[in-house]
Design a protein around this ligand. Structure first.
Ligand code: AMP
Length: 478
């Protein structure tokens, strides 16, 4: 089970602010899209060695009451939001993980998956380590504790050198927050300033909410100590920087995962998605009356498609923003109930129309199939599905919750077969080259981004994954 365990997460931290826990709470609020299953905050009063921690299952807003935030004193705090695949959905796996080590107390918030997490764990368990969670983050804490390096700082650097895969980390100690990003830079992590405090976040949208200014990204391979002496403002000190590898920023952050108002890897997400749409219209044109996005995932790409093609954009599908995880279905079945409870067509914008329907990705194909059927039921004349990324052919081992390969419709079906399955009149995907062109910022993006879920080119692999036969197959072509 541990092998299949992966989670999507967001991290946030602040050092040297009297309202630390409250600001972390707000930061997590802005990062809620990165994980909706559990959330937690750990804080510390400078000069003391007690780490306070509050975490629970559920949404940030539901977990943290005023009373709970009051139980997190101090001017330094880190927080975490998390979503995990089946098996890992338990409070014990919620972060930050708090531990008392021979190098002092720590609380760690981690985004990303270590591809050698299971190997590290097996090795540590063989040496007698006891694990309380199922997450690979706990292996990091064990390695820090076991390191022969006397200082926590050196122990952290030594530990991270043993970790392979994706990690964007905020580690709270009684005097500092250490932040680190793996040498590939899979997951984002940015630094900002708010008055005399320094903040760290998975995404800049959280800075906007609390009024912090972006300083810069934590660079791939960098370990930074955020600290403060006397009455001065918080400062940053680069502790370590390992270079020399290609970067592998996750392209899926831009395709789907990150919030559109964030700047991720130096590009605004909404603008990148618009460019995906422009490129998609160039590569996959079609004669139609209206461009309709699947809300919210297809909205920005649809604006680009409409702009480039000259076909009018319409919000022809309306999303109910208050749908929980589950709902009670009526005894007598209602046609399309499952999808209609979330999305409903605007009949007047749909009936009799030739529609270009835009979404960011097709995973299993079930959502697209349901939406196409529903639009046809509402009188659409034609539905032409356009996807603002290439076919999703492989799972992610670096922190995006893509299902296993056999569940991905594009892993063993051609574009024509997928079109048939979703019952669309036509289906077109954005090419990998077109997608990468949209994130070009000077340097060759094919050397800067990870496109493994589309291309099968995994930048870092575990032996067992390496041996999986289809792991390096080319994306399906029609
Ligand atoms: P499916 O029905 O399995 O094909 O799912 C496709 C839908 O899932 C699209 O609307 C995507 O926006 C959305 N999607 C893609 N990746 C993810 C993810 N990692 N988590 C949640 N939803 C996703």
């Amino acid at each position: 089970m541990f092998d299949k365990f992966k989670d999507e997460c967001g991290v946030f931290g602040i050092l040297n602010h009297p309202d630390a826990a409250n600001l972390v709470y707000l930061g997590l609020y802005a990062l809620q899209h990165r994980g909706q299953e559990s959330a937690g905050i750990a804080s510390v009063v400078p000069g003391t060695s007690t780490i306070y921690s509050e975490k629970d299952m559920g949404y940030v807003a539901d977990i943290f009451s005023q009373e709970r935030i009051k139980r997190l004193p101090g001017d330094t705090a880190v927080g975490h939001v998390r979503y995990s695949t089946a098996g890992g959905s338990m409070l014990c796996n919620a972060q930050p993980l708090v531990a008392s080590t021979n190098k002092g107390p720590v609380a760690i918030a981690h985004n990303g998956n270590l591809v050698n997490g299971p190997d590290l764990r097996a090795q540590l368990e063989a040496e007698g380590a006891i694990f309380n969670t199922m997450s690979d983050t706990e292996a990091i804490v064990h390695l820090i504790a076991r390191s022969k390096e006397p200082s926590l700082e050196r122990a952290l650097v030594q530990t991270l050198a043993q970790c392979r895969g994706a990690y964007s980390i905020a580690l709270l100690t009684p005097r500092r927050i250490y932040v680190a990003r793996d040498p590939y830079g899979f997951r984002p992590l940015v630094l900002g300033r708010l008055d005399g405090a320094i903040v760290v976040s998975s995404e800049t949208c959280a800075f906007d909410l609390i009024g912090a200014d972006l300083i810069r990204e934590v660079r791939p391979g960098e370990v930074i100590a955020i600290e403060q002496q006397g009455d001065t403002a918080a400062t940053m000190r680069v502790v370590h920087h390992s270079e020399g590898r290609r970067e592998a920023r996750c392209i899926f952050e831009h395709v789907y995962f990150a919030r559109p108002d964030s700047i991720v890897f130096g590009n605004n997400v909404a603008e990148v998605r618009r460019r995906f749409g422009v490129q998609l219209a160039k590569e996959q044109p079609v004669e139609a009356d209206v461009v309709i996005p699947v809300p919210d995932s297809g909205v920005f790409a649809a604006t680009g498609y409409a702009q480039e093609s000259g076909i009018p954009f319409q919000f022809g599908l309306v999303r109910n923003h208050y749908v929980g995880r589950t709902f009670i279905e009526p005894k007598q079945s209602i046609r399309h109930f499952g999808v209609k409870v979330k999305l409903n067509p605007v009949r007047d914008l749909v009936a009799g129309k030739r529609i270009v329907l835009i979404d960011d990705s097709i995973v299993r194909g079930t959502t697209s199939k349901k939406i196409v059927r529903m639009l046809k039921d509402f009188g659409a004349k034609e539905v032409h599905m356009r996807i603002s990324s290439p076919p999703t052919t492989g799972p992610c081992f670096y922190g995006i919750d893509t299902p296993e390969r056999r569940e991905l419709i594009a892993s063993d079906h051609s574009v024509e077969e997928i079109r048939e399955y979703i019952e669309a009149d036509s289906l077109g995907y954005l090419s990998e080259e077109g997608m990468l062109e949209a994130v070009r910022n000077g340097d060759d993006p094919s050397r800067l981004y990870c496109t493994a879920c589309f291309s099968g080119r995994y930048p870092v692999l575990r032996d067992t994954i390496d041996r999986e036969p289809a792991a390096v197959s080319e994306p399906t072509k029609a």
